[in-house]
Design a protein around this ligand. Structure first.
Ligand SMILES: Cc1cc2nc3c(=O)[nH]c(=O)nc-3n(C[C@H](O)[C@H](O)[C@H](O)COP(=O)(O)OP(=O)(O)OC[C@H]3O[C@@H](n4cnc5c(N)ncnc54)[C@H](O)[C@@H]3O)c2cc1C
Length: 379
């Protein structure tokens, strides 16, 4: 006897997308989350073209586009010098841009759609263990409840209880530096339609527009403060060739620090247990890919689960793991390269810049980068 077909653990962007997609397909789905209310902070702010394409079917993209700001350009710079300009506006998609929108808005719109379709999130409800047998999986909760499901999906983030319960390894490491993240008000030269990734000896810095006229700054820093001040962020921009009168920080709206792991789960499937999102992969935020990959996992997994529940062979769940996992490995490698290239020693930088700007003059290279950053290469 089953309480539900699919138990989704975690109502972040991956779990909400998975649940919305499953409910839309008519699959009996239960979603739980340990937090009493959803997180309301900005966090992942880039929604790429491929994510908007896959969320189209769920009728979420048009809502996101209404609330976000469109950035059709992405540039890699060294100080004032543009090394590679990437133009998303020429891409073959209905969404030829990065959509900048705070993660809290993305989660709110996904939850709104899930609710419209009749779904709900049970919270606070903390999963403590999962066991499985040939017919199903049994989830146990902190409050003593037990839920029996045909399948359990761990969309429960980097410290996934589901992943650990299934004994799935999560190989990789942690970057030495922590990252400062700040949503700020800026005066000066920051463009409102472009995401800038700036390389400097002091490290990589991302500057990106947000919908309310503010800007997102992300940068690896040896000792990030827990709550970065305007002075701290200004110094950071100055040290990395973006400040000194060009960009003036007038206010910090929200700030945080976080440590970045680079890890990929050994498999996304162990019998009746599956993984999606940060539970399956984490990496540097350099290319703005994290949440996007998770949402795209979720849509692929919803198709696979609905297929199996409708009688398709069980192997489609293996296919989910074997197609999505290499994509995460590629993203971990790309974002690692972008992060490390930013911090080359001074002596190596002229050669790096010459090589990158030469590559940046080749249209095919710019297009390949655009296809990768927009996620369209993974269609
Ligand atoms: C401060 C910060 C800044 C970030 N900035 C960026 C950025 O700039 N760019 C970027 O791409 N990414 C960024 N990220 C990462 C991004 O937020 C994640 O990639 C994204 O949230 C992953 O979504 P998810 O749904 O897979 O997992 P999560 O959003 O982590 O959601 C997991 C959910 O599972 C729930 N949960 C966990 N354990 C249990 C349990 N045992 N029982 C029940 N529920 C459980 C949690 O409460 C949570 O709601 C940032 C993250 C943080 C914390």
């Amino acid at each position: 006897m089953y309480d539900t077909d699919v138990l989704v653990v975690g109502a972040g962007p991956s779990g909400l997308t998975l649940a919305t997609s499953l409910v839309k397909k008519g699959v009996a789905t239960t979603v739980v989350d340990r937090q009493a209310v959803g997180a309301n902070t900005s966090r992942a702010a880039v929604v790429n073209a491929r994510t908007l394409e896959v969320l189209d079917d769920l009728d979420v993209s048009r809502r996101l586009v209404k609330e976000g700001v469109q950035a059709p350009r992405f540039t890699i710079r060294d100080g004032r010098r543009t090394l590679i300009p990437v133009d998303f506006s020429v891409l073959p998609t209905e969404y030829p841009y990065s959509l900048m929108v705070p993660q809290a808005t993305t989660e709110r719109l996904l939850l709104e759609r899930l609710t419209e379709l009749g779904g709900t999130v049970i919270r606070p409800k903390v999963l403590t263990s999962v066991t499985q047998d040939a017919d199903g999986a049994t989830a146990t909760f902190e409050d003593g409840d037990v839920i029996r499901a045909r399948y359990v999906v761990g969309a429960d983030g980097i410290h996934s209880t589901v992943r650990e319960a299934a004994g799935i390894g999560f190989e990789g490491g942690v970057y030495e530096e922590s990252f400062t993240l700040a949503d700020v008000q800026l005066r000066g030269e920051a463009p409102v339609d472009e995401v800038i990734l700036c390389w400097a000896k002091a490290g990589l810095t991302v500057v990106a527009p947000l919908p309310d006229g503010s800007f997102r700054i992300v940068a690896p820093v040896a000792e990030s403060p827990e709550d970065p001040s305007a002075e701290f962020v200004q110094r950071l921009l100055d040290d990395r060739g973006l400040g000194t009168g060009r960009m003036v920080v007038t206010d910090v709206i929200w700030g945080s620090r976080f440590r970045i792991h680079h890890r990929v789960a050994d498999t996304y499937r162990a019998g009746r247990v599956l993984l999606a999102g940060d539970a399956a992969h984490v990496h540097s935020p350099a290319g703005g890919q994290g949440m996007n990959l998770g949402i795209q996992d979720a849509v692929a997994l919803a198709d696979a689960l609905a297929g199996v529940l409708a009688g398709e062979p069980d192997s489609v769940l293996d296919d989910y793991s074997s197609t999505r996992r290499p994509i995460a490995q590629q993203v971990v490698e790309m974002t690692d390269r972008l992060t490390r290239l930013a911090t080359l020693p001074r002596g190596a930088r002229p050669m790096r810049n010459a090589a990158i700007s030469m590559a940046g003059r080749i249209p095919a290279v710019r297009r390949a980068l655009a296809m990768r950053l927009s996620g369209l290469v993974y269609r």
